[in-house]
Every structure is written in structure tokens, then in C-alpha cells.
Design a protein around this ligand. Structure first.
Ligand SMILES: C[S@@+](CC[C@H](N)C(=O)[O-])C[C@H]1O[C@@H](n2cnc3c(N)ncnc32)[C@H](O)[C@@H]1O
Ligand SMILES: Nc1nc2[nH]cc(C(=O)O)c2c(=O)[nH]1
Ligand code: SF4
Ligand SMILES: [Mg+2]
Length: 223
């Protein structure tokens, strides 16, 4: 039987996060997650009864190609935790017209995916205290990241910012990959993060506010 994936939504928007923020991207959001972050803005996608379209890898590939947009963001839920996701990643990576990135939560090993030829880039969270999920982090992933990847620290407090810097230093992340601070939307003043960055002389780290939540209603889906 052909492998299928549960897709809760796919849409074109500007990417609101990560190194390609501001560029058009096709988003494919998969159903279900192995974590439950306190701040999660897409809890709805993780509900067992949320309706989903069951799609084959080729159907997902076709739906992406039909948009004419070449940046692809696979998200969720937790995309890398979905059964047979490697098969979809291999298919998309084989199409050199596409630039594929994956939003992943930092708890799933990247090892099975790093040797895919022309592999997608990872935008991997390190979940801090504000998420309630820090103990789930797989820190072996850091050594697998390269300059095409990103580690994102979603911070809810200055204590979270301090912990993020500790992790950057412990795992020598500065210079290895892109590094982002992103405020838990609406719960910490981004200006406080900037003050923190100044105090710490945090060169090589980006602050990023989720752009789509500024442009549209923060709770709106499909943007
Ligand atoms: C919804 S998650 C899906 C991908 C994956 N499960 C993960 O956590 O990376 C996509 C991104 O949105 C971020 N995010 C979720 N809720 C947020 C919030 N309230 N404020 C800021 N970022 C949030 C996550 O931390 C993650 O970087
Ligand atoms: N516009 C827009 N950009 C995004 N970048 C990452 C997103 C996500 O939910 O993973 C996202 C999203 O949901 N919308
Ligand atoms: S890992 Fe991502 S999708 Fe899962 S609960 Fe956390 S933010 Fe939401
Ligand atoms: Mg989102």
C-alpha cells in the first residue's frame, strides 16, 4: 500500500520566521506532535480529531509545484516524527528547483535525515523552560547542524535568554549555524531581549518576531 501523510493545511504565504523570513513559501503542516509546549500556537493541529487530508508524497510534491513557489516549509505538529517522512524528504530533495526547510522541535534525532542528498535545511528549536519541554531535547543534534541550518530559541523570560546563551556556549553553536531568539508571541517585550543581547554582546545572533502575526491576526490560520 502506498505511504500517506496527514496534512492539516497547505498554503502559500510569506515565511514569517527563519533565515528566509519575508520570502514567499509553500507551507505544508502535518498533523500531530510528540511534545506539548505550553506556548504552542498550533495546538489545534495536534488534536487527534482534527480533520486532515491524507496525501501521498507525490500528491504533496504536485501540490507544491502547482503553486509556482519554490521555497517549501514543512511544519506541524512535528514533521520529523511522522511515519515515513524520509521518503517525502527524499522526493522533495530530488527536485532541485525547490528549497525545502523543516521546522522541527529539537526532540527528534536528525541523524536519519542528514545524509539525504541535497537535504532540506533544519530550523530546529531548543525548547527552553517556558515550553515545559526542555528535558525532551536531543542535544546530539547540534553536532549534525551546518551553516544551512538554524537553531531557534523561543524565549518567554530573561532567564530563558540566559539559558539559551549557556547552550550556545556549551555546544559551540556561534558560527556553526544561524541562531535566532524569538519571543513567545505577546508574552515578553522584544525590547528586553534586545537589551539582553546588548549586555551580553551577542554577536551573530538574530532577534526575530513572527512576521505573520504582525501582518495578520495572530490566531489566523493559513497565513
Ligand atoms: C508550531 S511549531 C511546529 C514545528 C515544530 N513542532 C517546532 O516546535 O519547531 C513552529 C514554530 O513556531 C514556534 N512557536 C509556537 N508557538 C509559538 C509562540 N506562541 N510564540 C512564538 N513562537 C512559537 C515554535 O517554537 C516553532 O519554532
Ligand atoms: N507565515 C508563516 N510563516 C511561518 N514560518 C513558520 C511557521 C510555522 O508555523 O511553522 C509559519 C506560519 O505558520 N506562517
Ligand atoms: S513541538 Fe512545536 S507543534 Fe509541538 S507542541 Fe511544541 S511548538 Fe507546538
Ligand atoms: Mg506558526
Amino acid at each position: 500500500m502506498e505511504r500517506t501523510y496527514e496534512v492539516v493545511e497547505h498554503f502559500v504565504s510569506i515565511n514569517g520566521e527563519g533565515p528566509l523570513a519575508g520570502q514567499l513559501a509553500v507551507f505544508v503542516r502535518f498533523k500531530g506532535c510528540n511534545l506539548s509546549c505550553l506556548y504552542c500556537d498550533t495546538k489545534w493541529a495536534n488534536e487527534p480529531d482534527v480533520p486532515a487530508r491524507v496525501m501521498t508524497a507525490e500528491e504533496i510534491h504536485q501540490a507544491i509545484m502547482e503553486t509556482g513557489v519554490r521555497n517549501v516549509t514543512l511544519t506541524g505538529g512535528e514533521p520529523l516524527d511522522r511515519p515515513y517522512i524520509s521518503e517525502l524528504l527524499e522526493k522533495l530533495a530530488a527536485n532541485h528547483l525547490l528549497h525545502v526547510e523543516i521546522e522541527t522541535n529539537g526532540s527528534v534525532s536528525l541523524a536519519p535525515f542528514v545524509n539525504i542528498p541535497n537535504r532540506p535545511s533544519f530550523t530546529m528549536d531548543y525548547k527552553l523552560s517556558c515550553s515545559g519541554m526542555e528535558t525532551a531535547m536531543d542535544t546530539d543534534n547540534f553536532s549534525l547542524l551546518t551553516e544551512k541550518d538554524t537553531v531557534k530559541f523561543v524565549t518567554g523570560s530573561l532567564a530563558d535568554c540566559e539559558r539559551a546563551v549557556e547552550i550556545m556556549k556549551q555546544f559551540r553553536l556561534i558560527g556553526r549555524c544561524h541562531l535566532y531568539f524569538s519571543p513567545v508571541f505577546g508574552s515578553i517585550d522584544p525590547a528586553d531581549i534586545v537589551e539582553f543581547m546588548k549586555e551580553q554582546q551577542l554577536n551573530g545572533v538574530n532577534l526575530q518576531i513572527q512576521m505573520h502575526k504582525v501582518i495578520w491576526d495572530p490566531d489566523r490560520r493559513g497565513v
